[in-house]
Design a protein around this ligand. Structure first.
Ligand SMILES: CC(C)(COP(=O)(O)OP(=O)(O)OC[C@H]1O[C@@H](n2cnc3c(N)ncnc32)[C@H](O)[C@@H]1OP(=O)(O)O)[C@@H](O)C(=O)NCCC(=O)NCCS
Length: 191
């Protein structure tokens, strides 16, 4: 599968490169990322290297994942990450995190919509699923604003640091991504 770039308003979603490793490390030290993502703790530089080299670059080449760095179209600033885990049968599970400096501007919502649109158009997926630990209201709000339909609360369906926790699950079908995506709020000058 060719690695591709997606443009969405003021955003460009591009494939990962090894130069992204220090930034992935920095963002992965953020408390909200550590609270809600299934990542190693303590999070080391080698973990970021594994994510970029194996989960973003090699897994794309194996058609297992499609991971993107969300950047500003203007100056290429890294804003966040959105990605899909492909199940091989026409569905995928979405994941995302934003750089703390880029949160609260609608970037996640626009990026998630753009990724879903790309997945339906270019990968011909029939469904994208979203799951989050119950209580991750920011993730849920992004998913719902992007167009996911909340389906259920699954009991004890995620394992977080060895502890089973309840999960919200939602999904989006191609026919549900009809209206144009909202434009992201422009970054404040100086960002
Ligand atoms: C979830 C996350 C990606 C949201 O990023 P973001 O860029 O701030 O999201 P947006 O700006 O697109 O916000 C979308 C909506 O979520 C709301 N939101 C964002 N953070 C919130 C929070 N902590 N609590 C409640 N609502 C929140 C926003 O207000 C907005 O809703 P509104 O337009 O009605 O006000 C970001 O908080 C993050 O990286 N969290 C840590 C990683 C994570 O949990 N990822 C998801 C794993 S399933």
């Amino acid at each position: 599968m060719e690695r591709e770039t997606i443009t969405a308003g003021d955003l460009v979603l591009r494939p990962f490169v090894v130069n992204d490793i220090p930034w992935v490390h920095d963002v992965s030290l953020d408390p909200a990322v550590q609270r809600f993502l299934q990542i190693p703790l303590p999070y080391r530089r080698s973990d970021a290297e594994f994510f970029v080299r194996e989960m973003a670059i090699a897994a794309w080449d194996r058609r297992q994942r499609a991971e993107f760095v969300v950047t500003s179209a203007g100056d290429g600033t890294r804003l966040g990450r959105v990605g899909l885990g492909l199940d091989g049968s026409g569905a995928a599970q979405i994941g995302y995190w934003m750089d703390p400096a880029a949160r609260g501007r609608g970037v996640a919502t626009v990026s998630v919509r753009a990724l879903c649109r790309w997945a339906f158009d270019r990968l011909a997926l029939g469904l994208v699923e979203w799951r989050a630990e119950v209580g991750n209201v920011a993730s849920r709000r992004v998913a719902e604003k992007a167009g996911f339909r909340l389906e259920a609360t699954l009991r004890q369906r995620l394992v977080h640091r060895g502890v089973r926790v309840d999960a919200w699950v939602g999904s989006m079908l191609p026919s549900e991504l009809t209206s144009p995506p909202a434009r992201p709020t422009r970054p404040a000058s100086g960002d």
